[in-house]
Ligand binder design. Sequence first.
Ligand SMILES: [Fe+2]
Length: 217
Amino acid sequence: MSGPDARGTDAGDMALAHRGMHGALATAPSYVVGNVDPHRARLIANFYENVVEVLRVHHLGEDELVYPLLWARCVQERDMLERVSAQHHLLDEPMRAANEAIAIYASAPSALNQASLVSAIGALDGAVVPHFADEELYVVPLISEHLTPEEWAQARTHGSSQFRKDKIWITSCFLRENLRNGELEESFAHLPQVIRERWQTEWSPAYDEFMQQVRAD
Ligand SMILES: [Fe+2]
């Protein structure tokens, strides 16, 4: 390593963010199959278009703020960094196909379009899971050692200004349902106070209301 000394950054929250995205994608069979109600189909489609967008901006933040710093500071790890960061581009086509299937299902939730959507979301999930595993195994330790807590916090929120859908909170709220003790605090440890307050007062209640309709509870 040619970078600075250990920075004392805990990037373990990366794995929690990944778990939220993977968990949300993995719901497709249970939410989509069997629903032909047009109103609920539009809500389900809105759920998945937001999940896919969270994935897009998550990688945008890494592409613009994480991998360039690691590239500069971890010269001996460049082969690995190039390999893992290049995996982001393997997701371009599955993300495009998922967004296309989401739009088609939203306009006509037929059995055929249900199957196409489940297949497209499953393909995206199948492509992203190995990337998440590599990132957690090889990249997270480098982030903890070579990025400052401030740099990591900036990377976590960097993509939010380029979020193009309407529910940026979707996967973190989804994750809330599956967290063990202390993991929620860990997940939010690097986020600004204003974000945490919004999450509690605005996003979490909005999520509960929205998901009741998505799940037809
Ligand atoms: Fe990541």
